[in-house]
Design a protein around this ligand. Structure first.
Ligand code: ZN
Length: 241
């Protein structure tokens, strides 16, 4: 595959989905940079995972290493603070009815993508790549493709340039995400994803499971574990995109 010269900025949290998206982008674009957001997460595991995943991918895949450019970490703690100050109860690990931690701020992806679009403009990167998925996260209205289509239109008008929001996992299940990882980088990429990507809402890096590390009980861990179990039961298939 001849890589696109448009350049991509990957919204990279260090979780499973954005790890697979980063590999997906490195396979398709000749220039890939990553952006992460510090919105006052209570744990640093996510942010630490980002650098570990990048380093492991670059070490294991020389072609990807040549394409992988800078990482950017943007401080948007003022936005994260809205979630904290709006709480009326102690929300240590509380999950809302939508299956989200109660500290999550509504419209988070709209803010992330707007920051990412401004950064991509400055970096000369055309496409924004994100792991948003409406299959498993029906509770996240700002993850839906219809929302992102509207935001893409707004960004094109507001920036007066051809920006695209690319979401390779939008209609994929969590089992299919493992299959895409297998197709992109085989067992090596599976191992990098298991060992280094971080999904757990609680932020712990133990205990260790076949599918990675995490508490194993929060909604994020449950989703990841269930997707892994399905993928393994299917015989660890590979999806070639
Ligand atoms: Zn967990």
């Amino acid at each position: 595959m001849t890589p696109s010269s448009k350049g991509a900025l990957v919204l990279f949290s260090g979780g499973q989905d954005s790890t697979v998206c980063l590999a997906w982008a490195l396979e398709r674009y000749d220039r890939v940079e990553t952006v992460g957001f510090d919105y006052g997460q209570r744990h640093a595991a996510e942010l630490t995972a980002r650098l570990a995943v990048r380093e492991a991918m670059a070490a294991a895949f020389p072609v990807w290493a040549m394409r992988l450019g800078d990482d950017h970490l943007l401080d948007i703690r003022a936005f994260g603070a809205i979630g904290e100050t709006a709480l009326t109860t102690d929300a240590a690990i509380e999950m809302t009815a939508r299956g989200l931690p109660s500290t999550f701020v509504p419209g988070r992806n709209l803010v992330f993508l707007t920051y990412a679009a401004a950064l991509a403009d400055r970096r000369g990167l055309a496409d924004l790549v994100g792991g948003m998925c409406e299959t498993d996260y029906s509770g996240y209205p700002d993850c839906r493709r219809a929302t992102l289509d509207a935001l893409q239109d707004a960004l094109r008008l507001g920036l007066d340039r051809d920006v695209a929001i690319v979401t390779p996992l939008m209609r994929r299940s969590k089992a299919e995400t493992w299959a895409i990882a297998q197709g992109l980088g085989g067992e090596v990429l599976i191992k990098i994803t298991v060992d280094h990507s971080h999904t757990c809402y609680r932020g712990g890096r133990e205990p260790r499971h076949d599918w990675g590390v995490g508490c194993g009980e929060c909604p994020a861990c449950e989703l990841r574990a269930r997707g892994w179990a399905t993928w393994v039961a299917e015989g660890r298939p590979a999806v070639i995109e």
